[in-house]
Ligand binder design. Sequence first.
Ligand code: N01
Length: 865
Amino acid sequence: MAMSGNGSAAVPAEVDVAVVGAGFSGLYMLYRLRELGFSAMAFDEAGDVGGTWYWNRYPGARCDIPTTDYSYGFDPQLEKDWTWSEKYATQPEILAYLQHVADRYDLRRDIRFGIRITAAVWDEASRRWRLRTSHGDEVSCRYYIMASGCLSLPKTPDIEGVDRYRGEVYLTGRWPHDRVDFSGKRVAVVGTGSSGIQCIPLIAREAARLTVFQRTPNFSVPAHNGAPPPDRLARLAADRDGYREAARWSRGGIPVELTDVSGVTAPEDVRRQRFEGAWQAGELFAILGVFNDQGVNPVSNELVAEMIREKIRAIVSDPDTAEALCPKDHPFGTKRPCLDTSYFETFNLPHVRLVDLRRTPIVTVTEAGINTVEESFEFDAIVFATGFDAMTGPLVSVAVTGAGGVTLEDKWEHGPATYLGLMTTGFPNLFMITGPQSPSVLSNMVVSIEQHIDWTADCLQRLRAENLDRIEPTPLAEAGWVQHSRDCADITLYPRANSWYMGANVPGKPRVFLPYIGGVDAYRRACQEVAENGLMGFRLDGPAGARCHDGVIRRIQPDVAIVLDLMASLGLPPVETMNVADARAFAEATAATMPPGPAVGEITDAVLPGPAGDLAYRLYRPPSAGPHPLIAYFHGGGWVLGSQHSDEPFCRDLCLRTGAVVISVNYRHAPEDRFPAAADDAFAAVQWMAANAAGLGGIPGQLTVAGWSAGGSLAAITCQLARDAGGPDIASQLLLTPVTDCDLGRASYSGNGEGFVLTAALMRWFWDHYAGEADRANPKASPLRGTLAGLPPAVVVTAEFDPLRDEGEAYAEALAAAGVPVRHIRARGHIHTSLTMVDAVISGAPVRAEMAEALGSFRPAPVQI
Ligand code: N01
């Protein structure tokens, strides 16, 4: 490689690959690149290797993932040769490990220390990046890799007067190399995140007086540090490769057993037992996994949160201090929880004091100390443990200008957009290691780093082998990944917190959830599929020509994907292979495993007169005082399965969201009663409800007819029959993924015909049981074939991965063409069954909210009588 610049530490003018950073990421990246024969150079502002562990030398700095797991897994010999002395190693030990790695693989010769990359410009003509260093050198590289860490840019304390202070000032993220002696000093610590919580107990040991300024109390659990856990060491010793592989395919980058215990349904003794076990384990993933629903269900989450608060109250002697230390403004886990050693106990020491900034905010830093609204404090030293401009900060702090002259900072003005957290459109050949929208900070970083680096190295090798030299994600693929990342976050409680995960700790930073929360395993699978599908979503170019297999790698809602995976793993026989009795028993058993739905005011069972005998119904009444609008509801089940209570969770949800009395009717089923029995029953039921609206607690004139699937078909048909019969008056219709036509040749039948629960084969089975060929085209079976003018306003919901999607869309379009007011809601990433899986598929909730809002918009004023 050609060299230029500063002497022995010469900076090359040209390399294949330039890497920013010499921490865990940069070191392994260099190792892989060298192994593949690329010329590579890494740059780091620090004086040596270590990254985070070079800078964060504050007292008490340790990892919070067991060090046996927080280690490289790429070289078994390295693992055998290194022994960790503690469960959670200290900063000096981790730094020594990284120095050992640098020495062992002779990596330092390709690292330039004390050099910062200040600018990077993409040159399209040469298809290379031009980098400028803080020493004024220029480096040209084909590929530019930001291995600059997620938490490497400390946030300047945004406190009035901070520059005025004349005493000693320390920033945890930029701690001096020489030992800082706090003996006999009056010390302040500002900030109670992981850094503050780690250093406070140690500073308290030395300081004459320690004052902790806390803005937001944080959840913390005892690390129970000590020797590396023998059970883990034994597992590693028995099968090191198997253990590492299990980590790679785990949810968080550590092999842990996931629980199926729900906080909501578990008995109190089980809850306590699980919580105490996690508290004693002293591991983040244990306390984050007490219940399987604590990350998504506020009730379950609050159980864990309150049990932690109880612990805090039991540890801290002064009740006011204890209360101030109890986090109450965010769900547990939605801000990074901490592992501590004697943190809460420290507040029992007579020389340690907590200042609650929520009660007495800081007014200013003075020359001598800190003034709050109530008091003036004087200090010999102030420690700012005030955090980082996380994830995007280190990336945009370099002036990166991509193709077309746009800077990364401008592109990400409203939040980062990446493909797989690895690359971003408009910035060809720029790779990010553990970038935004990758699991990174939500996982064992080392596992995620190795995965990103292996993927990137494999990609560069492949480009070279295929005579390509330019790679850039497509806008479609990137938008799809950004959407998927957001979908994953939106089903959790994480967006509710003002955390650095949300960018909320930096004034002016867009409020966007930064990491990918779908799991290390799911993420790895996505990256693998992208690679296996011809680098799907990337535009590739070079001497060999240009090519692109464009597409979106994940379109299904994440919780729907979990349901599908679960069902696939059960290996259940297809319903259409069963006899009707078995199919009904199976459907009932499946429904019984579902969460019941929200509590409503009242549920009653009764019968109404039908054309061939009584029809059972179940009525769901809102808790508010009536009268209410009425909804006649027809369940799904392909005219064969189901009953008045089979859609209970959905009916309850509908009742609460709309504030309506929902009456779910059990119409006659096929094959015992074939076409048009179900349609006749549905119409009769609606006639009866209209006639008895007041007695049912309904508001006259506010009757909606609703249904799901085959029940949606019955709702649509009822509206047509009512119009033709001159009544009853129907205010609106709600058709949820309805059957509207007997033509099974539409594209969604072939595209979504298999693998999404309701299959094309099952629909055929339903039709065969319900109606003969001659009857199917009858509008009383295929409402799309009826006259649509003059029908009540309609809310039509279709699901993207539903065989019935296209006939639902066709019905919405045909209604609109016939002059009927229509709200068509397209449920992105959903399947036929997922919108009714209340509390099991959380991503369905916003769709149901929109549905209820749309129905409300069609609601007429009450009829005055
Ligand atoms: O930073 P933080 P950190 N006035 O942002 C407060 C990793 N890490 O360096 O919450 C007053 O969490 C701020 O208050 P608030 C780990 O992932 C790991 O501690 O914004 N206070 C908060 O209390 C961690 O999550 C380890 O209201 C101000 C604190 O400062 C991440 O790094 C160890 C303030 C900042 O907490 C960041 O942790 C250390 C102001 N103007 C770090 N501005 C391990 O154990 C901010 N604060 C491996």
